[in-house]
Design a protein around this ligand. Structure first.
Ligand SMILES: Nc1ncnc2c1ncn2[C@@H]1O[C@H](COP(=O)(O)OP(=O)(O)OP(=O)(O)O)[C@@H](O)[C@H]1O
Ligand SMILES: [Mg+2]
Length: 289
């Protein structure tokens, strides 16, 4: 089967700065794929190339079976994009925004209103539907922006940092919406700076570092490469007295605790989970080793 996204030796430079350096990746249909990377890693640049907004310098990219460079219209007809910058109109109400977008997408007036009602409810905006978007909080805007990208049923849905600015509850709600989209067959390509988000949602994760894919695999595979974090013994003032690395299994945690117990020092135990920084350090150290 043709992959939903097929990227080959894709490169992009801005001036002398190589942002993407021969990127290769394939995303299967119905897969949730997370592109993980810190600020400035090139996540938005890759999304912009895949959604035809930016032209690559070298290499090729096919989305939903069409070439983003030579057949951009065929690509844009089959995708949706929720970008980092909200696309909503501040003067209109939430409902008017969704209805307008649905009408532009070809729905008749009645179907557009029905779709708007369903989407506003799904994104927890029913009570705020009559309010002008100019009065919305950042999280509410984000949810409205996301609701717009679900007006049509795209083959491939691009979400550029979909949950940045959302509180924990809204973030979890959104995760379940994204998961249900993929269950229904939509391919989801999302970018994130949150390891936890990639872990919770994605079938596979690519770590973008220095313009290259530093690691690619299932969350379990990546975690295995990074290790399971450590058990820390801390003083009353919070400083770490001793730290023992573990592979995250019960046996290794028990071993670490026994070790600390034998040590006989008092203090408080804390579990330090690998952070995104740890992932990058571990992966890039292995890369250059
Ligand atoms: N149009 C442009 N002209 C010049 N440089 C650009 C342009 N677009 C992006 N860049 C640079 O390319 C690099 C990657 O930017 P990009 O926006 O793709 O990163 P990102 O991973 O999305 O970061 P963030 O997490 O902050 O959104 C940055 O150094 C950025 O300054
Ligand atoms: Mg970005």
């Amino acid at each position: 089967m043709i992959p939903a996204i097929d990227v080959r030796a894709l490169s992009k430079r801005f001036g002398s700065h190589t942002v993407l350096d021969h990127i290769d990746l394939q995303v299967g249909r119905g897969e949730i794929f997370a592109l993980l990377g810190p600020n400035g890693a090139g996540k938005t640049t890759l999304v912009n190339i895949l959604t035809t907004l930016v032209k690559p310098d070298h290499g090729s990219a096919f989305v939903a079976g069409h070439d983003v460079t030579t057949a951009p219209t065929a690509v844009t007809q089959r995708i949706s994009l929720t970008g980092q910058a909200a696309a909503v109109d501040e003067i209109l109400t939430a409902e008017e925004n969704v209805v307008m977008f649905a009408r532009l997408s070809g729905l008749d007036r009645r179907a557009a209103r029905e779709r708007a009602g369903a989407l506003l409810s799904r994104f927890g905006l029913t009570d705020a539907r009559g309010r002008r978007v100019g009065t919305f909080s950042g999280g509410m805007r984000r949810r409205l922006d996301l609701a717009l990208s679900f007006v049509v049923h795209p083959e491939v849905c691009f979400l550029d940092e979909p949950t940045t600015g959302l509180d924990t509850r809204s973030r979890r709600e959104l995760w379940s919406i994204i998961a249900s989209l993929a269950d229904a067959g939509t391919t989801v390509f999302l970018t994130t700076q949150y390891l936890e988000e990639a872990d919770q949602l994605a079938d596979r994760v690519a770590v973008l570092h220095d313009g290259r894919i530093a690691a690619l695999g299932t969350p379990a595979e990546l975690k295995q490469r990074v290790g399971g974090g450590s058990v820390e013994l801390r003083n009353a003032d919070g400083s770490v007295v001793r730290e023992i690395s573990t592979d995250g299994t019960i046996a290794s945690l028990r071993h670490a605790l026994d070790d600390l117990d034998r040590d006989g020092r008092g203090g408080e135990i804390a579990l330090a989970r690998p952070s995104l920084d740890d992932v990058f350090l571990a992966l890039t150290e292995k890369e250059s080793a």
